[in-house]
Design a binder for this molecule. Structure first.
Ligand code: GN1
Ligand code: MG
Length: 362
């Protein structure tokens, strides 16, 4: 049965009348649409949430709502505009934060914030600096939200958990792809201990657990027309974890001179100018709450998350492409190779990355 998107939209407490629902963006995980209502009433973002990945969805929506309400209260108290500087979840007609359709699919809506810009790439150091400030500010706004969030994505950036999945997938080799990727597999194995050593510091509390966003691509930040950060969106992955994940994932995304799935590896490298600009903005905002240990591992976190992404793409390839949406049979392998090239470039420039962080923190 073809889903009637207009009918789904009508299940939510929208202002105005739904005039159109159309696809938006190219997320790998959820399906996203924009709901248009007439003149003078807001537009909305509608998402079919991926229940295979986020589980349970109702708990995920509670997490998102907790974070949104906390940020709204603080923005309001500081004289800002809570409708523009925070996301607004729109409940369903029955008051729930989601709608469950007849096919057992979960839908959720939030308000679309007008007159904003989302960028697909951090093209200039100025933009990277603003993005760094945006993520630092987001973390700082939620740093006093003490209520724990539900763990709807167990082991998300936990490399011990990823190795467990990895070992299982490799042992099964369900579609017989393993033999052809032995070189790629060696990239993962040769760094296993280094990555686990870092994660042990999170496990034993040397690096604290806080609220983190966990998906800090630049297009998850809305800027206003002046180029200032308004708010951070796509809160599906807000979790209690290390905030280093956010720094690392942002650097994996922002600093890449090529595409995440670039077929021309010559395009891919880490742009140290972008790294420095983001780190400067981030540290300016996050300095107030970061511990020295966290600062010590900021540059490392970029390698950690990029490595994890190499592992996740390669693991999905070997598993037969069950997790990420793909556009060709070797899409996950192309992504693996491109992200590995980025990791190598970070490894080569690691001293300069560390020096930059030290300089801004001093
Ligand atoms: C997924 O769907 P999207 O682009 O928001 C993934 C991230 C990956 C990213 C790779 C829940 O995010 O962890 O880094 O793809 N999200 C989840 O581009 O797995
Ligand atoms: Mg996302």
């Amino acid at each position: 049965m073809k889903t009637n998107l207009i009918e789904i939209a009508k299940q939510f407490q929208l202002e105005g009348n739904v005039t159109e629902v159309s696809a938006l963006g190219e997320g790998f995980i959820n399906d996203t649409f924009i709901i248009k209502t007439g003149e003078g009433t807001p537009n909305y973002i509608l998402q079919r949430k991926n229940k295979k990945i986020f589980s349970p969805i109702p708990a995920m929506m509670e997490n998102i709502q907790k974070v949104c309400l906390h940020i709204k209260a603080k923005v309001g108290a500081a004289g800002g505009d809570p409708m523009r500087e925070a996301m607004t979840v729109t409940p369903a007609n029955d008051g729930k934060l989601y709608f469950l359709d007849e096919e057992d699919e979960y839908w959720a809506v939030c308000q679309f914030i007008d007159d904003t810009i989302a960028y697909d790439a951090a093209e200039t150091p100025e933009l990277a600096y603003a993005g760094g400030k945006g993520i630092g500010k987001f973390q700082s706004l939620v740093s006093d939200l003490k209520e724990p969030l539900a763990n709807i994505l167990p082991g998300f950036h936990d490399i011990r958990y990823r190795f467990k999945q990895w070992d299982e997938v490799l042992a099964k080799d369900p579609v017989g792809r393993k033999a052809d990727v032995s070189e790629e597999i060696s990239w993962i194995e040769s760094r296993r201990e280094e990555m686990l050593d870092f994660w042990k510091l999170v496990e034993n509390g040397t690096i604290p657990t806080r609220i983190s966003h966990n998906d800090t691509k630049i297009n998850n930040i809305l800027f206003d027309k002046k180029g200032d950060v308004l708010c951070v969106i796509d809160l599906d992955t807000v979790l209690n974890s290390t905030v280093l994940n956010d720094f690392g994932d942002a650097m994996r995304f922002y600093t890449n001179t090529g595409l995440e799935d670039d077929t021309n590896l010559d395009n891919v490298s880490m742009d140290i100018k972008i790294f420095k600009a983001f780190a400067k903005g981030y540290i300016e905002e996050a300095k107030s709450f970061l511990t020295e240990k966290e600062v010590e591992y900021l540059a490392f976190s970029a390698k950690y998350i990029t490595y994890e992404q190499v592992l996740r793409f390669l693991m999905d390839y070997i598993d037969g492409d069950n997790y990420y949406k793909t556009k060709s049979p070797d899409h996950n392998l192309i992504r693996t190779r491109a992200q590995y090239k980025l990791l190598r470039s970070m490894e080569e420039q690691f001293d300069a990355m560390n020096d930059a962080v030290k300089g801004y923190y001093a």
